[in-house]
Design a protein. Structure first.
Ligand code: ATP
Length: 293
C-alpha cells in the first residue's frame, strides 16, 4: 500500500533549511495496522503529512497505492485526498463544525465530494459508538466523543488508508482504549490500512508492527512476537505490559546496507567518527577503533 524509499523533506524558510526527513525507508502492506514512534522533532508528523497529501516531498520515492506522491499533479492531489486517505489529528477542531450535529458533520465531506449517503453516515457513527448522540451538536459532546466523530468523518469517503497523528493525545485512558478498539475493528472489518503516529508506548504495544524514526530516518522496527494476542486486555492478562514484552526489536537496514546505531551504544563505547567491524562467520562485531600508536 505504502512504499517509501530514501524519502527526503526539506523545509525552507527565509534564511534556514530544516531537513526533516533524511532518507526515510518504510513499507506498509495493504490491510496492515501499524504505529510510528520517535522523539519530538524526529519527523513523524512530516511523514504523515506527506502521506496525507498535505505536504510535498522534496526527493526520494513515495507511493501510496497507484499514486506517486512525488510526481502527482495538484488536480490529482485533490482526488487523492478526497478518495484515498482519511486523516485524524490530536486536535480535531480543524475538521469539525461546532454548531452542526454529529451526523451533519459526517455528511458534510460526503456532500463536498458528491457522494451523499445518509445511511452510511449513520452506520459510521454507530461503529464509533455514537448511535445515541448523532443528533447532538458537536459543542454538546465531550472531547472523547468529538474525537470519535472525527474518526467517523475521516471514513466518510471510504478511504483505503487512515492516517492518525497522536489520535489519543488529548483523551483519557478509557477513551484511548475505545479508539484503539475502533481502529482494530475498522482494520479487520473494512480492511482499512491504518498508520498511527504516537508518543504513547502503551498504544504502540497494541499494534503488530512499530517503526521508530530517529533524526528523519527509519532506525528500529518492533514486530509482535505473538500476533494472536491482539487486544490490550489479553496482553495485560498475560502480564505483557511493555512494548519489549510484546515485540521483538530489529534494527533496520536500508537498501545500501546502512544501519543506525543508537547514540547511547556509541557513547557507552566512546565510538565517535569511526569504528572497527569484524565478521566471525556468525556475528558482526562493532568495536571502538584500536588505538594507533
Ligand atoms: N512547516 C515547517 N517549516 C519548517 N520546519 C518544520 C516545519 N514542520 C516541521 N518542521 C521541522 O521539521 C522537523 C520534524 O518535525 P515533525 O513535526 O515532523 O516532528 P515530529 O516527530 O512529528 O515531532 P512531534 O512529536 O513534536 O510532533 C523539526 O525539526 C521541525 O521543527
Amino acid at each position: 500500500m505504502i512504499s517509501c524509499e530514501e524519502l527526503v523533506k526539506i523545509y525552507k524558510t527565509d534564511d534556514i533549511e530544516v531537513v526533516a526527513l533524511k532518507g526515510l525507508n518504510i513499507s506498509v502492506a495493504q490491510g496492515e495496522m501499524m504505529a510510528i514512534i520517535g522523539n519530538s522533532g524526529s519527523g513523524k508528523s512530516t511523514f504523515l503529512n506527506i502521506l496525507g497529501g498535505l505536504d510535498r516531498p522534496s526527493a526520494g520515492q513515495v507511493r501510496v497505492g497507484e499514486w506517486n506522491l512525488l510526481k502527482i499533479t495538484d488536480e490529482e492531489l485533490v482526488q487523492y485526498k478526497r478518495n484515498t486517505v482519511g486523516f485524524i489529528w490530536q486536535n480535531n477542531a480543524r475538521n469539525l463544525v461546532p454548531y452542526l450535529t454529529a451526523l451533519e458533520n459526517v455528511e458534510m465531506p460526503m456532500m463536498l465530494s458528491g457522494r451523499y449517503d445518509r445511511a452510511y453516515a449513520k452506520q459510521l457513527l454507530e461503529w464509533v459508538g455514537l448511535k445515541e448522540r448523532m443528533g447532538n451538536k458537536l459543542q454538546q459532546l465531550s472531547g472523547g466523543e468529538q474525537q470519535r466523530v472525527a474518526i467517523a468523518i475521516s471514513l466518510a469517503n471510504r478511504p483505503s488508508l487512515l492516517l492518525a497523528d497522536e489520535p489519543t493525545g488529548s483523551v483519557d485512558t478509557k477513551t484511548s482504549d475505545m479508539i484503539m478498539d475502533i481502529f482494530r475493528k475498522l482494520n479487520r472489518e473494512l480492511g482499512v490500512t491504518i498508520v498511527i503516529v504516537t508518543h504513547d508506548m502503551a498504544l504502540a504495544a497494541k499494534v503488530d508492527r512499530v517503526v521508530a524514526i530517529r533524526d528523519g530516518m527509519t532506525s528500529t522496527e518492533f514486530i509482535k512476537r505473538n500476533p494472536n494476542l491482539d487486544g490490550g486486555e489479553e496482553e495485560a492478562a498475560a502480564g505483557l505490559a511493555r512494548m519489549s514484552d510484546v515485540h521483538e526489536e530489529y534494527v533496520v537496514l536500508d537498501r545500501a546496507g546502512r544501519l543506525q546505531i543508537p547514540k547511547a551504544y556509541l557513547q557507552a563505547l566512546q565510538i565517535e567518527s569511526k569504528a572497527s567491524m569484524e565478521f566471525d562467520g556468525e556475528k558482526i562485531i562493532i568495536r571502538p577503533p584500536k588505538a594507533i600508536d
